[in-house]
Ligand binder design. Structure first.
Ligand SMILES: [Zn+2]
Ligand SMILES: [Zn+2]
Length: 545
């Protein structure tokens, strides 16, 4: 509850029960939730639900203001951004309590220290800072760097029990912490006198909420920056196309600070001779392979027909010694004759582990589904996939190899290529300083590959802008998936969207539409009107394309 109002709707119900005496949001917090409700066409109640921690009895409203902890000494900090293009401008703007959004493209060895430097500038100006990281576990290197620099001035909203989250949330609200580090929901954390929001690994898919109201941290952070008068720094080694399309001032190293990247053709069975030689000289390395398993079943050993799942016709994969369907996970049986023996087309992380073992002079291990992502130990080469590439701090590896880069183009989805570029970039960054990076691809001139060679995704972004516009979903447009009744498509067409794709699923009409951002309010009004007439059943903002 914020207080009393004269703005009473025509129909209001009496208050039935006071759930909690705690005030979970203030006027600016409510303004932000209203913005989210408008932008993502979601009910305000659903936004408020997401924007506040889950209720826990007994934690709330007990002790008033938490005592302010003693300020711990700040460790000596590297000033790295003064060596960056526009680095001084960014630090000065924060120190002068400015507002507005910037893009920071750190060199791999400055990902943590760059974040520390902008946060320090904010704290020195007498305001507080919020750092949003994509994942809670393992604790990202950027979060560890912030903790190391600012000690007990830092509050963490990284997973933990419901009770602990509520307690930290209340401490944050009481002003106990000068810096708050948290995952996605912490973009709503009630940090008083907020001066800076840093979005770490801004291009990471986990910054998008997968439930209603389907918000994206990048956009909510910018809206909050406007409302609270705070600076926003979108930080990523490979920023997203969305961030690049905003034409924000960009801070980047003024001299090359990127790993030399060698491009080689895949060679027989995906093993370039140069990579095999490099493995024999490597004592710490990471081999990135996008596919799990040992291979895909090609033909049935009994009837010689092409292999396909007997249950659903999907592809059959061999992994951990058994064959099962990639689509329905049924045990692998031949669609034509029911047999269970197949000739394999070898490829995938298990296969890479097998041949890398023969080539390397140190142990080669594969990170399985149950293993926590980690960097290789001394005298160890790790094989891992997309989920293993995390903010694990400085890599310092001798060798990082990207295998099967050509597969990225064959993945479904409009944004698969961009996700691949981000992951490759973050993996290659582990080879700094002095390490070697080898990318196996047959398309050396592809803008995605060239962005890896240059350590700068600009050319890829130009290509991507064109590609996404051609597909009907220009970068910067607002995209919605709307599910509803048979009149839906006609009703939405009257809004004159950039693109309207109509399909049907389980008796319902499914519309995918791209809108000019300026038309979202009109769409929201129309969607609410249509929902009242049962023409719209569900609206999902910014679906994964
Ligand atoms: Zn199947
Ligand atoms: Zn068969």
């Amino acid at each position: 509850m914020l207080g009393s109002t004269d703005d009473v709707p025509a129909r209001t119900l009496p208050v039935a029960k006071l759930i909690s005496p705690t005030r979970w949001f203030d006027e600016p917090g409510l303004a932000l939730c209203r913005w989210v409700s408008e932008r993502y066409v979601a009910p305000l109640a659903a936004v408020l639900e997401r924007a506040t921690p889950p209720r826990v009895a007994g934690e709330e409203g007990d002790d008033g203001l938490a005592e302010h902890r003693a300020v711990s000494p700040i460790a000596a900090r590297d000033r790295v951004l003064e060596r960056y293009r526009r680095g001084d401008d960014l630090v000065n703007a924060i120190a002068e309590r400015g507002r507005g959004a910037w893009v920071l493209r750190p060199a791999p060895e400055h990902e943590g220290s760059g974040a520390v430097e902008v946060v320090a500038a904010c704290l020195d100006s007498g305001r507080r800072a919020l750092v949003i990281v994509p994942e809670a576990s393992p604790v990202p290197g950027t979060a560890r760097a912030i903790e190391q620099a600012f000690g007990d001035r830092v509050g963490f909203l990284l997973g933990g029990s419901k009770r602990a989250r509520v307690r930290t949330w209340l401490d944050v609200q009481a002003g106990r912490y000068d810096v708050v580090v948290g995952t996605r929901p912490s973009v709503f954390a009630p940090v008083p006198e907020l001066g800076l929001i840093v979005v770490s690994r801004e291009s990471h898919p986990a910054h998008r909420e997968d439930r209603a109201p389907y918000y994206h941290v990048r956009d909510v952070a910018r809206a909050r920056g406007d409302i609270d008068g705070a600076m926003v720094v979108l930080s990523a080694m490979a920023p997203s196309s969305e961030a690049s399309a905003l034409s924000l001032p960009t801070v980047a190293p003024s001299r090359r600070s990127w790993v030399p990247v060698e491009i080689v053709a895949p060679g027989p069975e995906g093993r370039a001779p140069r990579l095999v030689r490099a493995l024999s000289e490597t004592s710490r390395g990471f081999l990135f392979s996008p596919l799990p398993g040992y291979g895909i079943a090609a033909v049935c050993r009994r009837c010689s027909n092409p292999a396909a799942c007997a249950a659903c016709g999907g592809a059959l994969r061999s992994a951990e010694g058994s064959i099962s369907c990639v689509v329905c996970e049924a045990p692998g049986r031949c669609r034509s004759c029911g047999a269970t023996e197949f000739g394999l087309r070898k490829g995938g992380q298990e296969r890479v582990e097998e041949w890398a073992r023969r080539a390397a002079r140190v142990p080669v291990r594969r990170l399985g589904d149950a293993d926590a992502p980690r960097l290789p130990a001394d005298n160890e080469i790790l094989v891992g996939g997309p989920d293993d590439v995390r903010d694990l701090g400085l890599g310092g590896l001798d060798l990082v190899a990207i295998l099967d880069a050509d597969l990225a183009d064959r993945r479904p989805g409009l944004t698969a290529r961009e996700r691949a570029v981000t992951t490759w970039t973050e993996a290659i960054a582990w080879a700094r300083p002095g390490g070697r990076a080898i990318v196996q691809t047959s398309r050396a001139n592809d803008p995605a590959i060239q962005s890896l060679v240059l350590g700068d995704p600009s050319r890829f972004h130009r290509d991507e802008r064109e590609r996404r516009a051609q597909a009907g979903f220009p970068i910067g447009s607002a995209v919605f998936r709307v599910v509803g009744g048979p009149e839906l498509a006609k009703a939405l067409a009257t809004l004159e969207p950039i693109t309207l794709l109509v399909s049907s699923s389980q008796g319902q009409t499914v519309c995918l539409l791209a809108l000019d951002p300026g038309d979202v309010s009109a769409f929201g009004r129309e969607a609410r009107r249509l929902a009242a007439r049962d023409v719209v059943a569900r609206v999902e903002a910014e679906p994964h394309l």
